[in-house]
Design a protein around this ligand. Structure first.
Ligand SMILES: NC(=O)c1ccc[n+]([C@@H]2O[C@H](COP(=O)([O-])OP(=O)(O)OC[C@H]3O[C@@H](n4cnc5c(N)ncnc54)[C@H](O)[C@@H]3O)[C@@H](O)[C@H]2O)c1
Length: 716
């Protein structure tokens, strides 16, 4: 007869079903998802003890009462756990191993019924069961690599024993969620059923095992064999080649996982678990994991803030965009594709045609990739109303102004549109360089005006800076944030200042670049060093991509805005290029020359003209190490990031860093400029700044920084 105490906790319950089967059910109270947080793990330990003491149990069903099985460990708790010493962390991990092993070795068969998602720790828990039954729409995976970690609760060991090394590495190194069908084909789960039949199928599986139709113990034992015994030794040197793309030295978790799977493939089960634990602990203490886990937390903060803003605003049911150019066309496409119909106005018919053509091209690409059908395309295009008139503007909740970057044109256009919209419509300018307060001067309802700075290309770049002018109302910010969020973007609210957040921090970096050029440091070398540092492109290449004209224009705005530190001591190479009509990538001439060779291959090589301009202005070539180049480039950027935080341009270090990650492609593994200072240590960073003080006002510590330093306060 079955004897087992029932249990009902805040996250886990244990109850008897028919036929001497028990059900271990996850249902974390107060949240929409199940996570393996401390409360859950403590309760799981209690339930495991009850299970071990039980008698007469014939089988265990592991299930979830939420729409997803278990989404993983609770990342918000990582900071506390990861700040412990290696020994304490190991003890913490091993405690969960004990609970997990006890579940895995229960003296009766176990079946996990997986609905929705089982990721990370959630999937590691599912791996304990003798059988995994998946709902057909469920996904499973081990995404720890994305946080700079490896699975720590046996995932690398159990998965590799089930699927073999190659598939396990595929899962572990990409970190991607895997669909139910693929997971079954690859041997990680046993069967896939329609989601409404999941529970029944899982119980039927238990009944079959109980009836003696299936030998669960042999299956269980296999999971504990060494991988070598199971698959006769994988060829790790060819696997290393196969996964070379994932083994990026800037993201060391992937290499650690590869070495780990290779090392434990020949080990007995418990030794393999031990090796995994050691790898997990050492990765958890790495700077990269701190940065990547930090980015996850920052992203959560942005989402929370957007949600709060969203609660204060009515959703925008219909919008409009002025200008059908690069940005206006992009905004129209993005709005229509995410469900907000949009009126697109230009003064030129051909601009409207081009705007629609661009949208059509993007939609066709989606069709080619199988992500959209013709009906979907027609729906999106139907949601864009091209026009030369203000006719429908009285029906829109928000207007994005994206006409040419000219203060007089923008002033006239904004005043015009204000007269054509209803009394509560929000106007938002996509200007990159003009002060929101200056533009507001021409409006009779400046409280209903703000900046909405998208990045190019709009459909790909996640960031939108929502810029609050001196007179902008909170209601206006709320509606603009809500619209940006509805467009699938990540808005950050920024107080108005020259360059807003992202360009204000970028231009000191370009200023530093020009100083290095005048010291005779070759731009190709600077690009190489900064790319090795982790930037997707070095400053010279970036300048060409941005466009030398745009760069020079914005640089002037920054010099005017912050004359005390953003001026140049000597000639500005970008200005010389502009004077020679070298506009960068757009006309094939900039710091580099761009073209197509006789074999049809694109090339990019340093421009002789540019090298000449520089050589004529260098009096003495400075000997400089790569690290010195990095310091000279990064200090002005980092110090401006500090200033933006201290001046209250944004509210938190998280927003500064997320702005740089999303807007500039700041190396993710470094977590942003303020995280970079934290990683170096404030004292160490201060020494670097002091060592470069002679470079001028961009290389000075601020009072705010010094207060932090003396109070031993990091940014995170
Ligand atoms: N291109 C970028 O990378 C980028 C990035 C961020 C922000 N921005 C900003 O976005 C804005 C637009 O830039 P763009 O690159 O799309 O320019 P663009 O030259 O491609 O497009 C501007 C469009 O505005 C139209 N226009 C001019 N006057 C108008 C009026 N009175 N009413 C309606 N339409 C009018 C023009 O016909 C043209 O089609 C600028 O403020 C720019 O600073 C550009």
């Amino acid at each position: 007869m079955l004897k087992c105490e029932n249990f009902t906790g805040q996250a886990v319950s244990l109850n008897a079903l028919d036929n001497d089967i028990l059900e271990l059910n996850f249902d974390l109270q107060g949240g929409s998802v199940n996570k393996l947080n401390s409360v859950t793990l403590v309760e799981l330990q209690k339930v495991t003890a009850l299970l071990s003491e039980s008698t007469g149990v014939k089988g265990l069903l592991i299930s979830s009462a939420k729409p997803a099985f278990i989404v993983g460990a609770d990342i918000t708790e990582f900071k506390d756990h990861f700040s412990a010493s290696a020994a304490d962390m190991k003890t913490w991990v091993q405690k969960t191993h004990q609970t997990f092993s006890a579940i895995e070795n229960l003296p009766f068969p176990t079946v996990a019924a997986i609905n929705g998602m089982a990721l990370g720790g959630g999937f590691e828990l599912a791996l304990l069961a003798d059988y995994r039954i998946l709902a057909s729409d469920a996904k499973v995976g081990l995404p720890e690599v994305n946080l700079g970690l490896c699975p720590g609760w046996g995932g690398t060991v159990r998965l590799s024993r089930l699927t073999g090394a190659e598939v396990a590495l595929q899962w572990l190194l990409t970190g991607k969620p895997i669909s139910a069908t693929v997971a079954q084909q690859q041997g990680a789960v046993d069967s896939v059923v329609e989601s409404n039949a999941l529970r029944e199928a899982a119980i039927a599986q238990l009944d079959a095992v109980i009836a003696g139709n299936t030998d669960y113990l042999t299956k269980r034992a296999q999971k504990h064999c060494s991988l070598e015994t199971l698959e006769g030794g994988a060829d790790f040197s060819s696997l290393e080649k196969q996964f070379s793309k994932q083994l990026d030295p800037n993201y060391p978790a992937a290499s650690v996982i590869f070495d780990l799977v290779k090392a434990h493939s020949s080990m007995p089960f418990n030794d393999a678990l031990d090796v995994e634990t050691d790898s997990f602990v050492s990765l958890a203490h790495s700077d990269v994991a701190k940065s990547l886990v930090g980015l996850f937390m920052n992203d959560q903060l942005l989402k929370k803030k957007s949600k709060q803003w969203g609660k204060q605003a009515e959703p925008v049911a219909k919008s409009a965009v002025l200008g059908a150019g690069i940005m206006g066309g992009g905004v129209a496409f993005q709005s229509a594709s995410t469900g907000t119909p949009i009126v697109m106005k230009d003064i030129r018919e051909d601009a409207l045609t081009l705007g629609l053509k661009t949208a059509t091209k993007l939609l066709d690409r989606k069709i080619e990739k199988g992500r959209l059908d013709e009906a979907g395309k027609a729906k999106v295009l139907g949601a864009i109303t091209p026009t030369l008139e203000y006719g429908e503007f009285d029906q829109v909740g928000l207007v994005v102004e994206a006409v040419v970057e000219n203060p007089a044109v923008k002033a006239a256009v904004l005043a015009d549109v204000e007269g054509s919209v209803s009394a509560d419509t929000v106007l938002a300018s996509n200007t990159s360089t003009i002060s929101i307060d200056t533009l507001a001067e021409n409006l009779s309802r400046p409280e209903q005006f703000c900046g909405m700075h998208f990045f190019n290309p709009v459909h790909l770049m996640p960031l939108v800076e929502v810029i609050r002018g001196a007179k902008t109302s909170e209601q206006t910010i709320a509606r603009t944030v809500a619209y940006a969020t509805a467009m699938g973007k990540s808005p950050i609210v920024v107080n108005n200042c020259p360059g807003f957040l992202v360009n204000r921090i970028l231009f000191p970096y370009f200023n530093a670049f020009n100083r290095l050029l005048l010291d005779g440091v070759d731009f190709q070398r600077i690009d190489k060093v900064m790319e090795q540092f982790g930037w997707p492109m070095g400053p010279a290449y970036l300048a060409d991509v941005v466009g030398i004209d745009t760069l020079v224009h914005a640089d002037h705005v920054m010099q005017e805005g912050f004359p005390e530190r953003m001026g140049h001591d000597g000639d500005v190479i970008a200005e010389l290029l502009l004077a020679a009509n070298a506009l960068g990538q757009k006309n094939g001439q900039g710091f580099y020359e761009y073209g197509v060779d006789e074999n049809g291959r694109r090339y990019k090589e340093p421009s002789g003209q540019c090298r000449q301009f520089i050589a004529e202005r260098v009096s003495e070539v400075t000997e400089i190490s790569d690290q010195e180049i990095i310091d000279r480039m990064m200090i002005p950027m980092c110090m401006e990031a500090v200033r933006c935080l201290d001046d209250g341009i944004v509210e938190s270090a998280a927003e500064v860093d997320m702005g740089l990650i999303m807007g500039l492609g700041f190396p993710r593994f470094r977590g942003g400029a303020l995280r970079y200072i934290d990683t170096l240590g404030l004292d160490n960073f201060a020494k670097k700044v002091e060592a470069n003080a002679k470079q001028g006002p961009l290389y000075q510590l601020t009072d705010g920084f010094n207060t932090r330093l003396s109070g031993d306060q990091s940014f995170y």
